[in-house]
Each structure stands twice: as structure tokens, then as C-alpha cells.
Design a protein around this ligand. Structure first.
Ligand code: ADP
Ligand code: MG
Length: 396
């Protein structure tokens, strides 16, 4: 495994100032944080550094501001973060950053204002890197979810200050390495969700890496159409059937077995428990029906395939899981994967916004080996891309 500098490489940090890149871009509604998962992910690093006597300065983006404005101020999440951390947290505005930071004591924790209040943050502008760097002695990146971006706070700083991976970043990199870097074989990948077009590169990369590629969700419809199956009114990218066939051919050449559903759950309208819902063979979908889930026979076969595998990586639900009964295939396969993981026969890694929601819905997330909450970064990693924020932490 490529080697990263971590907090274990830091000697005495007493009284030293640490710029720690975290992801405090949390969802909010009516001024309240509605999901504090990202905040909790920062706790191991922040607590460890503060306990070791460092002065902890948190850097994060928050939303997509075009110019500095109160709506995008990280002061809005400071109280919520304080509650999650269980210690006092200060908020530091950019105008007074140097003076305020100079007054902090060992063990203090502060949230600096939104990094995107600087136009140069997203351009990785050296002047912005300087502005951040002069506040601290070293840099820690604990935001895997932002590591696919070469911004001043995610990449530039790693070249300007001594740089280390935080504990959450370290755990994420280790899990991803286990799943696709040097995995135990056979390896299965589940790719589902809504759009083929947004996951084409993922599929292209995976067919050369995995032994079983399980295609579900709306993605499967495009592949079924490419094989000449009538998919009725299903969500399907008909203009991509040529590309789908290319991927199927590439899989053949790479000895990757592609699993497409042979039975499906269909309905005439997309609603909860519609009267028209039925299960049928993929060749029996009527022109006025749409495929909304993988069928029970196919799910059982997929479960059997997983039993022969040692490693699983999963992105995208198998069906429209938010609407019953179209959650059944996702729930069943997630529970099988969870049980295999708990019995020690499978390493399971999953990621993607809706995938995490689906695994939680199935009550399976806690039993997976690792669930990544990073959306874009996780997909770019599944495409086999090198993430700039990760690369910058490599030990040379
Ligand atoms: P992730 O966020 O985990 O990467 P995606 O955003 O690609 O996942 O896809 C999730 C969406 O795909 C869900 O909202 C789900 O309802 C939808 N979906 C899955 N299967 C189907 C289907 N057969 N028809 C329509 N939508 C589907
Ligand atoms: Mg999504």
C-alpha cells in the first residue's frame, strides 16, 4: 500500500498550530444541522490533536457561495459542532484570523470561516494557500470527501506545510485499498442507481478489476435494452446502448462475469404499492410498464454469487428503494452482504449518498466493513482516478 504520513508521524505538537481540513459542509434546515455524520467523522482527529496540546484550526468549505455572505458562514454550524465535540469551539472570521489565532492556547479548537469566501480557494491560488499557511505549523487533511478536488485547502496546503492524513482519512484510505487496491479474490462490484451516463467510467474501470459485476437499478435497464430487451417506460438511456455493449464486450475480454437481472419488479405508475405492481421475466415487460426493482429470483442468485466472493464494493441501489415495495432487492442483498461480512467471509465497502441511505434503510450499514459517506470522491476512486488531495499526502 502506498504510504501516507499520519498523525503517528507527528512528534511533540504541544502548542503547535494545526490547520485541519475537515468537511463541515453539513445539511441544514431552518438553521439546524439535520445530519451531523460529517461532524462526528472529525472527532478522532480533533480530539487527539487537542489532547496532545495542539491548537486545532478547522478549515472547511460550506455550500457554494459566490461571494462572502452570512448564509454561507461557518459561524452557523459552530454551536452544533461544539455539541458534537463536547468542548468549547471558537469561530474565527478571516478579517481577524491572525490576531484571533495568536490568542489561542494549547488544546483550543476553532473553526475558521468558509474557505470558499476566497475566490482563489477553488483555483488553488498560491496567494490563498499562503493566507492559510501562515496561520499554522502543520497541515492535516481529514476530508476524503473533498480530496477529489485540487483546491487550496485540500491540495495546495499539503505542499506548503508538513502534511499528514487525519484518522478518518487514514481509515478511508485503508478500507478502499482493501476493496480495490489489493483485494482478496474473487471480487464483486454492485453498481446501481439511476444514470449510466454518470457512472460510465466507473463501469469501464471495474470490468478490468473485478470478477463479478452486478448491474442493478436504472443502470440495468440501459444494459438490458442494449441486449435487445424491451424495457417499456423504464428509466433508460437509449442513446447509450452502444456504450453499454462496449462495456459488456470489455467485461468478456477481462473474464468479468456481468450479472443482469432475469426477473424484475414492474409497475405502470411510479407510486408506493401501486395496484399494477407485478414480478415478471425481463422479456415480459409490457410497453406501458417500468422496471423499478430487481426481481426475487435474481436477488437470490446474486446472494449465491456473493457467497463465493471475498470482497465486495457497492455503489448505487438495485431499485427505487425510497418507494415500497421497490426496496426489496436492495434490502435483501444488503442484508446478505452484511451477514457474510459479519461471518468473516466478505470484506464489504460501500459508498455514495443514496447508497448510504439505502444501507441504513436495510439496517445493514453498521455490519459492512466500511461505508464511505464521500459521494464524488468515492466515485472518482471507483473510476481508478488518483485523487489530488490524497496524492499530496503520499510519503516520498
Ligand atoms: P448514489 O447516490 O449512491 O451514487 P445514485 O444517485 O446513482 O446513487 O442513484 C440513486 C437513485 O436511483 C435512487 O434515488 C433510486 O430511487 C434510483 N433508482 C434505482 N433503481 C431505479 C429504477 N429501476 N428506476 C428508477 N430509479 C431508480
Ligand atoms: Mg445520488
Amino acid at each position: 500500500m502506498p504510504s501516507f504520513r499520519t498523525l503517528d508521524d507527528l512528534d511533540d505538537v504541544m502548542g503547535k498550530r494545526a490547520l485541519v481540513r475537515v468537511d463541515l459542509n453539513v445539511p441544514m434546515s431552518d438553521g439546524h444541522v439535520t445530519d451531523d455524520t460529517r461532524m462526528r467523522a472529525t472527532l478522532p482527529t480533533v480530539t487527539e490533536l487537542a489532547d496532545r496540546g495542539a491548537i486545532v484550526l478547522l478549515l472547511s468549505h460550506f455550500g457554494r457561495p459566490k461571494a462572502p455572505s452570512p448564509e454561507f458562514s461557518l459561524s452557523r454550524v459552530t454551536r452544533a459542532y461544539e455539541e458534537v465535540l463536547g468542548r468549547e469551539v471558537r469561530y474565527v472570521d478571516w478579517e481577524v484570523a491572525e490576531e484571533n489565532v495568536a490568542m489561542l492556547r494549547p488544546g483550543d479548537v476553532a473553526i475558521l470561516e468558509n474557505t470558499r469566501f476566497f475566490g482563489g480557494e477553488e483555483k488553488n491560488d498560491p496567494a490563498v494557500v499562503d493566507r492559510f499557511a501562515k496561520l499554522a505549523d502543520f497541515y492535516v487533511n481529514d476530508a476524503f470527501s473533498a480530496a477529489h478536488r485540487a483546491h487550496a485547502s485540500t491540495e495546495g496546503l499539503a505542499h506548503r506545510l508538513p502534511a499528514y492524513a487525519g484518522r478518518a482519512m487514514e481509515a478511508e484510505l485503508k478500507a478502499l485499498q482493501k476493496a480495490l487496491g489489493e483485494p482478496e479474490r474473487p471480487v464483486a462490484a454492485v453498481v446501481g442507481g439511476a444514470k449510466v451516463s454518470s457512472k460510465l467510467e466507473v463501469l469501464r474501470h471495474l470490468v478490468t478489476r473485478v470478477d463479478h459485476l452486478i448491474i442493478g437499478g436504472g443502470m440495468a435497464n440501459t444494459f438490458l435494452a442494449a441486449r435487445g430487451v424491451s424495457v417499456g417506460k423504464s428509466l433508460c438511456e437509449h442513446d447509450l446502448t452502444g456504450t453499454a455493449n462496449e462495456i459488456l464486450d470489455a467485461a468478456d475480454r477481462a473474464n468479468c462475469t456481468v450479472h443482469l437481472p432475469y426477473d424484475v419488479v414492474v409497475a405502470k405508475e411510479f407510486a408506493a404499492n401501486p395496484p399494477s405492481v407485478r414480478t415478471c421475466n425481463v422479456h415480459e415487460v409490457a410497453a406501458d410498464e417500468m422496471i423499478l426493482d430487481v426481481g426475487p429470483a435474481a436477488v437470490e442468485a446474486l446472494g449465491d454469487a456473493l457467497k463465493t466472493c471475498r470482497t465486495l464494493v457497492w455503489n448505487g441501489p438495485l431499485g427505487a428503494f425510497e418507494t415500497p415495495p421497490f426496496d426489496r432487492a436492495t434490502v435483501a442483498l444488503a442484508q446478505t452482504a452484511a451477514a457474510l461480512t459479519q461471518s468473516g467471509s466478505l470484506v464489504s465497502v460501500a459508498g455514495g449518498g443514496d447508497t448510504v441511505a439505502a444501507l441504513n434503510h436495510a439496517g445493514a450499514a453498521a455490519d459492512f466493513t466500511f461505508v464511505s459517506t464521500a459521494g464524488g470522491a468515492f466515485l472518482e476512486w471507483m473510476e481508478g482516478k488518483e485523487l489530488p488531495g490524497v496524492k499530496a499526502l503520499l510519503r516520498d
